[in-house]
Design a protein around this ligand. Structure first.
Ligand code: FES
Length: 111
C-alpha cells in the first residue's frame, strides 16, 4: 500500500497495489474530473510527481495522451488508467485538468 497526496488540496489517500488513481480519489471523496473511465474521452489527465509510483502505461493510454498533445513520458497520466504499484508514495496534481482540453490536438473536436 502506498500514499497518494492529491494536490492542490493536500488530501491524502491510501492506494492499494493495482488500484487506479480515479478509484483511489473517488473512494476518498476527492473531486476529480472524469468521463468515460475507459480511456476514451481524455478528461481525467493528472500530473504525477513520481512516475515510478504507477505501473507503466499501456498503448491505448499513450495513444490518447499523444492525440491530445500531452506528454507520454509518464509525468502525465490518465487517472482512469494509471494503477499504483503500491510501493512508492507520490503526489498527483488534479489541477492539471484545468490546463488542457480533451479536444486539444483533434481537428474535428472528436476523439
Ligand atoms: S475518464 Fe475518459 S479517459 Fe479517463
Amino acid at each position: 500500500m502506498s500514499k497518494i497526496t492529491f494536490l492542490p488540496g493536500q488530501q491524502t489517500a491510501e492506494a492499494l497495489p493495482d488500484q487506479k488513481i480515479l478509484v483511489t480519489a473517488r473512494k476518498n471523496k476527492i473531486e476529480i474530473r472524469f468521463g468515460c473511465a475507459s480511456c476514451r474521452c481524455g478528461t481525467c489527465g493528472v500530473k504525477v510527481s513520481d512516475p515510478t509510483a504507477f505501473a507503466p502505461m499501456k498503448p491505448d493510454e499513450e495513444t490518447l495522451l499523444a492525440r491530445m498533445k500531452l506528454p507520454t513520458s509518464g509525468i502525465v497520466r490518465l487517472a482512469c488508467q494509471a494503477r499504483a504499484t503500491g510501493a512508492v508514495d507520490t503526489s498527483v496534481d488534479i489541477s492539471f485538468q484545468d490546463t488542457y482540453s480533451p479536444d486539444d490536438g483533434d481537428e474535428d473536436g472528436s476523439l
